[in-house]
Design a protein around this ligand. Structure first.
Ligand SMILES: Nc1nc2c(c(=O)[nH]1)N[C@H]1C(S)=C(S)[C@@H](COP(=O)(O)O)O[C@H]1N2
Ligand SMILES: [Mo]
Length: 322
């Protein structure tokens, strides 16, 4: 994001079609698996992850979906699975998905803590948590235009549950005013994080508590009617559809209720360009480019007007009344 390369449109599609797989070294894979196991506790996930398949595809939630012109199709799945921002692995969007990166990144089991200023802190294997939410009927699908600060978007069917459902479980204390999110960090299997030492790892993000409690703030566990792909932030990530994509932190290991506004990965790196709030707003240009329009990827990169709050003004504008 700090070094955006604008490619000619033809190179986008050409690179997607050309398979550029790098064969991974099996011995190294096994060694790193052992390491990955060390930072994850708990082992109940294996059965649960398999059982959870029954929750996909989930029932559609029209009220929490983007209002798109009738007949709008989702961006072809190869795009969201093949053009990714996940700096822990690489800044090369087309390469994140490669087995070279993804095979060493193990997501089952996956321990996550929800703690801080709350009455009932939680430490769970997320596969158990997903099963729990599924059983309670809290998992739904929301088709939303996902807007990156770089000026592109994709129409994505996200499956998951409202973050509010999870936060209610831990009972936030009155002192809790913000929520901090943290991505897994393991330089052994994250060559980007290992190499780019100028950034402050792990990746972290934050929301105000009232934003986090809005039903549109989603914990996504699936995409295109299936469990999430690793490159999209499996096993569980945030999707905050009225904010720029970098707020939607991937592969979360900790959610913490806090009193003060937390620091964020991009806020630390380039504070002037990535403010904490970061609501989608066509009238507020990024310091280095306009935010008035976006290219909807997967449809000849058609340029479309960007909408305030990414089209969710009716639902969220009241959060920002002064
Ligand atoms: N941990 C982590 N989360 C992240 C990022 C990242 O580099 N690391 N990139 C962000 C950005 S800039 C965007 S646009 C989205 C991209 O999500 P996608 O690859 O699923 O489209 O993830 C966000 N979450
Ligand atoms: Mo982004």
């Amino acid at each position: 994001m700090a070094n955006v390369i604008i490619r000619p449109e033809w190179s986008l599609s050409e690179k997607l079609i050309t398979p550029e797989e790098v064969f991974h070294n099996r011995r190294r894979f096994l060694r790193d698996m052992g390491f990955a196991g060390a930072w994850l506790i708990g082992a109940s996930g294996f059965a649960a992850a398999k059982d959870n398949k029954k929750y996909y595809p989930a029932k559609k939630n029209a009220a929490l979906s983007s209002q798109l012109p009738a007949g709008t199709k989702s961006t072809p799945a190869e795009w969201i699975a093949g053009y990714n921002n996940f700096y822990e692995f690489t800044t090369e969007k087309y390469y994140v998905k490669r087995p070279f990166y993804m095979d060493k990144f193990s997501i089952d089991p996956w321990k996550m803590r929800v703690d801080g200023l709350c009455k009932k802190p939680l430490a769970v294997d997320v596969h158990d948590l997903i099963g729990d939410m599924g059983k309670k009927g809290k998992i739904d699908e929301r088709v939303q235009r996902f807007r990156c600060v770089e000026g592109w978007s994709m129409v994505v069917p996200w499956t998951g549950f409202s973050l509010a459902e999870l936060l209610k479980m831990v009972e936030p204390k009155p002192e809790a005013k913000f929520v901090r999110f943290t991505t897994a960090y393991n330089p052994k299997v994250m060559p980007g994080a290992a190499r780019m030492t100028n950034y402050t790892w792990p990746y972290q993000e934050g929301l105000r508590l009232d934003e986090a409690m809005h039903p549109l703030a989603q914990v996504a566990t699936g995409i295109y009617g299936k469990p999430l792909e690793k490159q999209n932030g499996a096993p569980l990530r945030l999707v905050v559809p009225w904010k720029y994509g970098y707020k939607s932190i991937k592969s979360i290991v900790r959610i913490e209720l806090v009193a003060k506004q937390p620091k964020t990965f991009w806020g630390i790196a380039i504070p002037k360009e990535y403010p904490f709030e970061s609501n989608v707003d066509p009238e507020v240009p990024h310091p280095r480019w306009s935010q008035a329009t976006e290219r909807v990827l997967g449809f000849n990169n058609r340029r479309t007007a960007t909408l305030k709050y990414n089209g969710f003004g009716k639902q969220v504008a009241s959060l920002y009344k002064k």
